[in-house]
Design a protein around this ligand. Structure first.
Ligand SMILES: *Cc1c(COP(=O)(O)O)cnc(C)c1O
Length: 839
C-alpha cells in the first residue's frame, strides 16, 4: 500500500476521533502562532509555544498598571500583592485544589523546586542504632530528581533507585503496610510522565506509597512522603490533586504555556509543609529575626516562608494571561490531552508500520505500551531510525536532516539517563566507556561502536496539527527509507484494532476536570429575602434623643452610594449592599484606593423591576438583573483592606456590564456578584456577643453595617475649620460631603461625639444590633465622593484629634429573631436605643 495515501486525515480519524477544540484550529494558528509558518515544531516537551495574544495582553497590562514590590504597603505594591495572590489561587484551581489543601511556592522552575525539597526535607542519617531516612526514586527520572542524591548522600541518607517494573510488581501485591509507630521521614519521587518516553505512571501510586502499600514500604517503617514530578505531565494533561494527594509537586510554567520562562512552582500539601526545615532565610520569609544573634522565627504563611527574596512578580502576573489564553483557545486541559494524544498515537502507528523496500522496519520506537490510552501515554514519541540492514542511524544525522526540512525536534538523552540506558540497553560500564570515548551529555557523538548513545524525541503541544504529523512522516519516508516505501499491513491492522477497542472504553474513563473549567451551576433559586410587608413603618417617632437620619447602600463595592428611606434587612446586612464588585483584567478587585473614579458610578437597586441600574455622568444607563441565573462560576479572592485572601464565590454579570465599566474606567473590567449560594463568615466575633452565632458577610471588608454619628462628624468639621492649613487647595467641606466620605450605611443623630465607641448593643426601630468594633480609617476618606478628587482632609484633622487610633464609626452585626429572620425593615426616622458597655 502507498504510504502517502495512508497519511490522510481519514486515517487519522479512524485512529482517534478527537481533534481540535471546536473551532478551526488552522485559524487559531494563523492568528496566534504566525511565527511557526513553514516550521514543524515538534519539541513541545522541551518548551511549548505561547500564543501572540498572551504577550499582547500581558504587555498592555504592565504598560497600564503600576506594579510595585509586593513587600511594600503602598498602593502599587498592594496591586502587585493582590494580583499575585489571585494567580496563586488560579494555579491551585487549575489542579483542582484549594488553599485549604495546598500552597503554591513560586520558584525559578521545576529544578529549583526539587532542590528546595532536597535541602529542606528533614533527612535522618543512617546510624548504628537507626536505619535512617530513605530517598527512593524511579530510575526513569529527570536529572534534576537524581541530583537530589547529591544532597542526601552528603547527609548519610541511603538512596534507592527503583525500576518501573519493581514498582509495578509491588502494586500487584497490594500488601498492606503494617501500622507501626515510626516517624522516620522517607521520600519517594516519581514522574507523573516520563520526559523520555511520554509514559504516564499511575497517579494511584501516590496513595499507595503514602499508605506504605508499595515498594519499599514493607522494608522501611516510617512516614512516606511522595514527590510527584509533574513537569512533563502538566504540559498536555490535567492533574487532579483531589485524586492524587502528592505531598510535593514541582512544575515549570514554560512547559505548560511557553511564557513566562524562569518561573515554576512547588505545590505543597499543607499537611506536609510542616516537616520542611528552613535553613537559609531570605527577605520576606521571616516573621522576626535578629541581625546580631542566632534568632529567626519563620513566617506562618507557607508561601512566604519558602519564597526567599522578592518573587518574580511580573512573571507571576504574566501567568494570569497564560491561563486566560490557554483556556480561551482550548477550553482546558482535558481537551488538550485528547487532541495531543491523538496526534501522538497516529504518528506512533504510522511510524511503527513504516518499512524499507526490503520489508525491514524503519523505526525502533522506545515505548512500554502501544499508545492505548491518554491515561497511560502522553504526547511524546521516542525512537531511533534504522537503515534497511537494521543498523541504527545516529540521531545527529537525523537532527541535521530534520533542520533542512524545518522540522524542530530533540535528540540525545533528554536529561534522563535512567530511561535512556534502560530503553537503549546501555550498561553502566558502557556509559563510562562512552565517556572515555569522548561522549558527554549534549554532544553530537551519537554512535559509539555502532551502538546509539541517545535517540530522537518528537513531542506535541496543544497547537500541534495533523499537518505537523504528516510533514514529519513524509520527512522520514523521503530521507531515510530505502525505496519503495512499504507498510507493514499486519502490524498496522493490529494496532488499529487495539486502538479501536481502547477508544470506545477510554472516553469515559479519562478524568474529567470540573474545577478551573467552565461548568454549569445548579439552577436552584437563591433564598431571597422576603420583600413582603415592606413599607414605611411610622411607629417610631422623633421623640428620643437618638434617631436614624440616613440610610445608604453601596450595591457595588467601592462605587457610589444609593440613598434610601426604608430598606429591607437581608441575611448579610442591608439587602443588596455590596452584592457586586468590579474586578480588573486580572480578576483583582478594584477599590477607590486604586481607582477613585469608582465613586462616580452611581448604582441603583430598583426592586419593582428586579434590576440593578448602572449610572454615571456621560454614560447611558444600563441594567443587570438582581438575581441572574449563574452562567460562569468562578472564585475570586476578595481583597480586604488588611488581610487579603478571603475567598468568595462569584458570578460574572455578562459582557454588557463589562463593556460599560471598561469604557467608563478606561481599563478592562468586569462586574461580578457574590454567588447567592456562598457564605463568607466574619473574622472577628463581636465582643460580648454571647448569643450571636457567626454572621455572614457580603463583599464588605469587615462587617455587615457601618454606623456613624452626626455629632462626631460635626466635631471633625470644627477641627477642620480651626486648622490653619486647610485652605491650601482644600475647600471647607460641608456636612453632607464629610458624611459621604465615611461611606456609612447608617447615620444617626447622637448627643456626644464618639459616644458610639462605648456602645455594646443597640436597637434601631425594632431591629437589634451588636457593636462589632470600631472602623479604622485610611486615605480612602480623602476621596471626595462627588468628584473623585483627593484631599488631605478630613484624614488630617481626624488623625490630629484622635491621637493615634484613627477610627471613625462602628461596625454592627444584626441579631435577627430566630423565628422570623426575614421581614425586618430599617427606616429613616426610627428611634435608636443604645446600650452602653458595662464598665
Ligand atoms: C523539564 C523537566 C524537569 C526540569 O525542569 P526545568 O524547567 O528544567 O527545571 C524535571 N522533570 C521533568 C519530568 C521534566 O520534564
Amino acid at each position: 500500500m502507498d504510504f502517502q495515501k495512508l497519511c490522510t486525515f481519514e486515517t487519522f480519524q479512524r485512529v482517534w476521533s478527537r481533534y481540535g477544540y471546536g473551532g478551526n484550529l488552522r485559524d487559531v494558528i494563523e492568528q496566534e502562532f504566525t511565527r511557526i509558518k513553514g516550521i514543524t515544531y515538534l519539541d513541545h516537551a522541551a518548551a511549548t509555544l505561547y500564543p501572540e495574544s498572551l504577550v499582547r495582553d500581558y504587555s498592555s497590562d504592565i504598560s497600564r498598571n503600576l506594579y510595585g514590590n509586593p513587600h511594600s504597603h503602598n498602593p502599587s505594591s498592594r496591586l502587585t500583592h493582590d494580583t499575585v495572590e489571585r494567580v496563586r489561587y488560579r494555579v491551585l484551581q487549575h489542579f483542582n485544589t484549594t488553599p485549604e489543601e495546598y500552597s503554591v511556592i513560586f520558584t525559578s522552575g521545576c529544578t529549583a523546586a526539587l532542590k528546595l525539597v532536597a535541602e529542606s526535607f528533614p533527612w535522618r542519617p543512617q546510624t548504628e542504632s537507626e536505619a535512617g531516612s530513605r530517598f527512593c526514586y524511579l530510575t526513569d527520572s529527570h536529572t534534576s530528581v537524581v541530583g537530589m542524591t547529591g544532597v542526601t548522600s552528603g547527609q548519610g541518607v541511603v538512596a534507592l533507585p527503583v525500576s518501573p517494573q519493581e514498582v509495578e510488581n509491588r502494586a500487584k501485591d497490594e500488601a498492606q503496610g503494617e501500622d507501626v509507630i515510626c516517624q522516620t521521614p522517607h521520600l519517594f519521587c516519581y514522574p507523573a510522565q516520563s520526559n523520555f518516553s511520554g509514559r504516564k505512571y499511575p497517579l494511584s501510586h501516590v496513595k499507595g506509597i503514602q499508605a506504605r502499600r508499595l515498594y519499599p514500604a514493607c522494608d522501611h517503617k516510617g512516614h512516606w512522603f511522595v514527590l510527584l514530578d509533574a513537569a512533563s505531565h502538566v504540559s498536555c494533561s490535567p492533574l487532579n490533586l483531589q485524586h492524587c494527594p502528592a505531598d510535593f509537586i514541582p512544575i515549570s510554567f514554560y512547559k505548560m504555556f511557553g511564557f513566562p520562562t524562569g518561573l515554576g512552582a512547588l505545590l505543597v500539601r499543607n499537611d506536609a509543609a510542616g516537616i520542611l526545615k528552613k535553613t537559609y532565610f531570605g527577605g520576606g520569609t521571616a516573621a522576626a529575626y535578629l541581625s546580631g544573634e542566632d534568632y529567626y522565627v519563620h513566617s506562618a504563611n507557607i508561601s512566604d516562608r519558602f519564597e526567599d527574596g522578592t518573587v518574580s512578580f511580573l512573571d507571576i502576573i504574566a501567568l494570569n494571561h497564560s491561563f486566560e489564553a490557554l483556556y480561551k483557545i482550548t477550553g482546558g486541559m482535558h481537551n488538550i490531552q485528547q487532541h495531543t494524544f491523538g496526534l501522538a498515537r497516529y504518528t506512533y502507528m504510522l511510524l511503527s508500520s513504516l518499512c524499507h523496500g526490503n520489508g525491514q522496519p524503519v523505526a525502533q520506537i522506545y515505548t512500554e505500551g502501544q499508545f492505548e490510552s491518554p491515561s497511560t501515554q502522553g504526547a511524546i514519541l521516542n525512537f531511533n531510525l534504522m537503515d534497511s540492514h537494521g543498523k541504527i542511524i545516529g540521531y545527529s544525522q537525523v537532527d541535521r536532516m530534520a533542520s533542512l526540512y524545518n522540522i524542530h525536534m530533540r535528540t540525545g538523552c533528554f536529561c534522563n539517563t535512567g530511561a535512556c540506558q534502560s530503553f537503549l540497553g546501555i550498561t553502566n560500564q558502557q556509559m563510562k566507556r562512552n565517556l572515555q570515548a569522548g561522549h558527554v551529555c549534549g554532544d553530537s557523538i551519537d554512535l559509539v561502536d555502532g551502538q546509539p548513545t541517545g535517540s530522537v524525541r518528537v513531542s506535541f503541544g496543544y497547537m500541534s496539527t495533523f499537518e505537523d504529523c504528516q510533514k514529519f512522516l513524509s520527512f522520514v519516508a523521503e530521507c531515510f527509507v530505502e525505496k519503495p516505501v512499504t507498510v507493514d499491513q499486519v502490524k498496522l491492522e493490529k494496532l488499529r484494532a487495539t486502538a479501536a477497542e481502547s477508544q470506545g472504553s477510554n472516553e469515559d474513563s479519562t478524568i474529567k476536570m470540573t474545577n478551573g473549567e467552565i461548568h454549569q451551576a445548579d439552577e436552584t433559586k437563591p433564598t431571597e429575602a422576603s420583600l413582603k410587608g415592606f413599607g414605611h413603618t411610622d411607629s417610631n417617632s422623633h421623640g428620643g434623643a437618638y434617631s436614624l437620619t440616613d440610610i445608604y447602600i453601596y450595591p457595588i463595592k467601592s462605587c457610589g452610594a444609593y440613598e434610601v428611606h426604608d430598606w429591607p434587612v437581608g441575611p448579610l446586612g442591608l439587602l443588596y449592599d455590596r452584592g457586586w464588585m468590579v474586578v480588573n483584567g486580572n480578576g483583582v478587585c478594584l477599590s477607590q484606593k486604586r481607582e477613585a473614579r469608582l465613586c462616580l458610578i452611581r448604582p441603583q437597586v430598583h426592586l419593582p423591576s428586579n434590576k440593578l441600574l448602572l449610572r454615571a455622568s456621560g454614560m447611558d444607563t444600563i441594567s443587570v438583573p438582581l438575581e441572574s441565573s449563574p452562567q460562569k462560576h468562578t472564585s475570586y479572592p476578595v481583597c480586604q483592606s488588611k488581610v487579603c485572601g478571603d475567598r468568595v464565590e462569584t458570578v460574572d454579570c455578562g459582557d454588557e456590564a463589562a463593556l460599560w465599566l471598561s469604557d467608563f474606567l478606561g481599563q478592562p473590567c468586569r462586574l461580578i456578584r457574590q454567588s447567592p449560594y456562598f457564605t463568607r463568615d466574619m473574622k472577628k466575633k463581636p465582643s460580648g456577643a454571647a448569643s450571636s452565632s457567626s454572621s455572614s458577610l457580603s463583599l464588605v471588608n469587615e462587617a455587615q453595617y457601618l454606623m456613624i454619628n452626626r455629632a462626631s462628624v460635626e466635631l471633625i468639621q470644627k477641627q477642620m475649620s480651626s486648622r490653619q492649613d486647610y485652605s491650601e487647595g482644600d475647600q471647607l467641606l460641608d456636612t453632607q460631603n464629610v458624611i459621604s466620605r465615611f461611606r456609612a450605611n447608617l447615620v444617626i443623630t447622637g448627643v456626644e461625639p464618639f459616644e458610639e465607641d462605648n456602645w455594646s448593643h443597640l436597637i434601631i426601630g425594632t431591629t437589634r444590633f451588636v457593636v462589632a468594633g470600631q472602623c479604622g480609617r485610611c486615605q480612602m476618606v480623602g476621596v471626595d465622593q462627588d468628584t473623585g478628587t483627593k484631599t488631605k482632609e478630613p484624614l488630617m484633622s481626624l488623625t490630629a484629634y484622635r491621637d493615634g487610633k484613627v477610627t471613625f464609626g462602628v461596625y454592627l452585626t444584626h441579631q435577627l429573631p430566630k423565628d422570623s429572620p426575614t421581614g425586618s425593615v430599617l427606616s429613616v426616622g426610627s428611634l435608636v436605643q443604645p446600650k452602653i458597655h458595662s464598665p
